[in-house]
Design a binder for this molecule. Structure first.
Ligand SMILES: Cc1cc2nc3c(=O)[nH]c(=O)nc-3n(C[C@H](O)[C@H](O)[C@H](O)COP(=O)(O)O)c2cc1C
Length: 299
């Protein structure tokens, strides 16, 4: 009997939808039934964002709050594989994805089912991945693989370009000078080759070795210096989120957070980067390798 695959995603710009779409092509070519489910919120976030709206979601996102999903139906009661695509928002799973992971029907369908997680991020997805792993383990799913695609341009460049994209709505070259934001077209196209690898493993009913194969095909982009910065930023975001939620003048503190973030991105991040490269990176290659391996562990 043909295998059944469910691919669930939320996507504002269509980037994650395109990644998942390409990933699913080899399943369809092999004759599997692929059900694609784009989730939406009852009161969805507007895209493009306003600057105020963009920063306003930070506390709820970081503190793992949920929102009501628009009704959806699943065609099957069991699947041979579920592809779960998430995007990082403020170093955490996006509110729509987090809401999905708390939905009783989704939790039930994930139980004992092989799952591949997929993200299309700017470049800081590791903390969100940690939270996704925790949510998945609560459902009893069998996490068999993960794929992470990022904007490969310099961190400082991608900060400008993502704001151009998120606040303007167009994934194009800002001022005709900056590179296109987000995951590149070749990387999005590469999702098809990654899907072919997944199919090979499904055909042989053998998940062992699949993650290593996906890594070899550049299916996971993880840069050490960003990982280092992200771990520090995640702690700060948690403190900011709790502080903002406990204040009466939320809007004022959100503006303060916005300026803190800009300072952190444009001033602290480059300093941390230089200190890290000069003092740590050269001497800690074994430690870095071990850290990467532990972050990429699926369970
Ligand atoms: C509110 C918000 C916060 C974001 N925060 C992050 C982040 O912390 N790390 C990151 O790598 N990308 C971040 N991004 C980029 C998203 O992960 C994603 O790449 C982008 O929104 C495109 O996804 P889409 O398919 O939903 O359009 C953020 C985007 C939004 C809208």
């Amino acid at each position: 009997m043909g295998k059944k695959v469910l691919a669930i995603y939320y996507s504002q710009s269509g980037q994650l939808r395109d990644i998942v779409g390409n990933l699913c092509l080899p399943f369809e070519e092999t004759g599997y039934t692929v059900e694609r489910l784009q989730i939406r919120l009852q009161n969805d976030y507007p895209f493009p964002w306003t600057s105020k709206g963009f920063f306003e979601v930070m506390p709820d996102c970081v503190l793992g709050k949920t929102a009501e999903l628009a009704p959806f139906t699943l065609k099957e009661t069991r699947y041979d594989l579920i592809i779960l695509a998430y995007q990082a928002w403020f170093l955490s799973p996006s509110i729509p994805f987090n809401s999905l992971m708390h939905h009783p029907e989704i939790r039930a369908i994930l139980k004992h089912t092989p799952v591949i997680t997929v993200t299309g991020a700017r470049n800081m997805w590791v903390n969100a991945f940690g939270k996704v792993k925790k949510l998945l383990s609560e459902t009893g799913a069998h996490h068999v693989g993960t794929i992470a695609m990022i904007d490969r341009h310099l961190n400082l460049v991608s900060i400008f370009t993502i704001f151009h994209w998120m606040l303007g709505g167009k994934k194009d070259r800002w001022l005709g000078i900056f590179p296109r934001p987000g995951v590149s077209d070749p990387d999005i196209a590469n999702a098809k080759a990654l899907g072919a690898t997944v199919v090979r493993h499904m055909e042989s009913a053998q998940w062992d070795g699949m993650q290593a194969a996906l890594l070899a095909q550049k299916g996971v982009a993880l840069k050490y210096h960003l990982m280092f910065m992200e771990s520090k930023a995640a702690v700060m975001f948690q403190l900011w989120a709790k502080w903002i939620c406990s204040r009466k003048k939320r809007q004022v503190w959100l503006v303060a957070f916005k300026y803190y973030l800009l300072l952190a991105l444009f001033l602290f991040a480059p300093i941390v980067y230089v200190i890290d490269r000069v003092f740590f990176k050269l001497f800690l290659s074994k430690h870095i390798k071990a850290k990467k391996e532990s972050l990429l562990r699926l369970n």
